[in-house]
Ligand binder design. Structure first.
Ligand code: HEC
Length: 383
């Protein structure tokens, strides 16, 4: 009974989101209304092109709080507690919030609402994958993936059943390109469009090209993953113009956007900031002053007041992107250890409101102390 219930819910959810037809005329006005409000308010934090800023990108694959129309509307209405994302339900009428949601949805491309279920291999031996087959077996695990691409946990083996919505922005002729390992089957809008099995004759495999309209489509991916596969599941969707939509990727668990803000105690952040050397210590003082100190030569490189650090706002390219430091650059500040001195960095510590950096300077252990001064400055002492 449990299995049947789950499928009934899935079917219910999918028919619900099918009602959201991005092409019809009524919702076109809605999208324009949403775009208008977005460019008045939301763009300040989520970027003019929805590609992120203080807040996360709203057009990439990663949806921390859910990518379904209901989840997006909920984030807009209720906000996200303890973050800068406030609840907008008392600011905008319901129809305006729906318009914002529909505008955001109209900007999506790729898979959303990705649900990964894993099934035991034994039941599927010798059977051609079909979505119906999965109704009579219990899954071992089921997990919505916020990255909205499929991946397997390392060293796991099983049959993957992936359900998702596929958002297409550019109508045209598309085809799947799947790495030929194991067995893979893809259904689009309930029709088999791809079937490959490394063991069967190539001519028995299916790889259709098909027309896709702008809007939302249903996609089901079935794939057998073996521990012995040296490569993992890999597939993309391509159109004739060279556009590529990823169906696979990696887990970004634990890798969430974070703003580093001043607290009551000083802290030291070691983030990659464009234009600063990689070992720079960013001393974040309680008075919102950030001092970039280079422990290699004991020099203060830069300093800002009214500042904070945003650790890579967009997740798709998170590891490749520098963190952003926002603040007002100070023009006058102590420069640190004199040029002529030789410096060997030992360690740093935050002590209450200040940061201390211990180094051997000209052969003697010294403590460089960086402390807040007034509302918009800092002091530096070497003892
Ligand atoms: C003051 C900055 C700010 C403004 C203005 C703002 N947001 Fe946000 N928003 C954020 C931050 C920060 C987050 C991420 C919170 C978290 O997960 O830590 C967020 C998250 C979201 C999310 C969830 C994203 C996800 O990955 O699940 C949605 C949807 C969203 N905002 C929509 C909007 C819309 C629509 C507006 C305009 C009405 C708006 N935001 C205005 C800062 C802002």
């Amino acid at each position: 009974m449990k299995i049947i219930h789950r499928w009934m819910i899935l079917i219910f959810l999918s028919s619900f989101s099918n009602m959201l037809n991005l092409n019809d005329k009524v919702s076109a006005d809605n999208i324009e209304q949403g775009r208008k409000i977005y460019s008045q308010v939301c763009f300040n934090c989520h970027g003019p092109k929805l590609n992120g800023g203080i807040g996360p990108a709203l057009n990439d694959n990663y949806w921390r709080h859910g990518s379904s129309p209901e989840a997006i509307l909920n984030a807009i209405s209720k906000g996200i507690p303890e973050t800068e994302m406030i609840a907008f339900e008392n600011v905008y009428s319901e129809s305006d919030r729906i318009a914002l949601r529909d505008f955001i949805l109209s900007e999506q491309e790729g898979m959303r609402e990705v649900l990964r279920s894993v099934y035991p291999v034994s039941y599927f031996k010798g059977k051609r994958f079909k979505p119906e087959l999965f109704k009579s077996v219990e899954s071992e695990s089921q997990k919505p993936l916020p990255e909205n691409v499929f991946y397997f946990d390392r060293s796991k083996e099983g049959i993957l059943l992936g359900n998702a919505k596929l958002y297409i922005k550019e109508a045209g002729n598309y085809q799947f390109v799947v790495r030929p390992i194991g067995r893979t089957s893809i259904y689009l809008n309930e029709k088999e469009v791809h079937y490959s099995d490394a063991k069967i004759n190539k001519k028995d495999s299916v790889n259709l090209s098909f027309e896709l309209t702008k809007g939302v489509h249903d996609i089901v991916i079935m794939h057998e993953e073996k521990v012995t596969h040296s490569y993992r599941f890999h597939a993309v969707l391509k159109n004739k113009k060279g556009l590529t939509i990823d169906l696979c990727g990696r887990s970004l668990e634990g890798n969430v956007p974070r703003i580093i803000k001043p607290g009551v105690e000083a802290k030291v952040a070691r983030k990659w900031i464009a234009g600063l050397p990689p070992r720079t210590l960013l001393c974040v003082l309680p008075n919102k002053v950030i001092v970039a100190y280079n422990p290699v030569d004991g020099k203060v490189l830069k300093a800002w007041h009214t500042a904070e650090i945003n650790q890579t706002p967009s997740l798709a390219d998170r590891s490749a992107k520098a963190s952003a430091l926002k603040g007002i650059a100070m023009t006058e500040f102590s420069s640190g250890v004199p040029d002529s001195d030789s410096v060997q960095f030992k360690y740093y510590e935050s002590m209450g409101e200040m940061v201390t950096i211990v180094s051997t300077i000209n052969g003697v252990d010294k403590v460089v102390t960086i402390a807040p001064k007034g509302a918009q400055s800092f002091s530096l002492s070497i003892k």
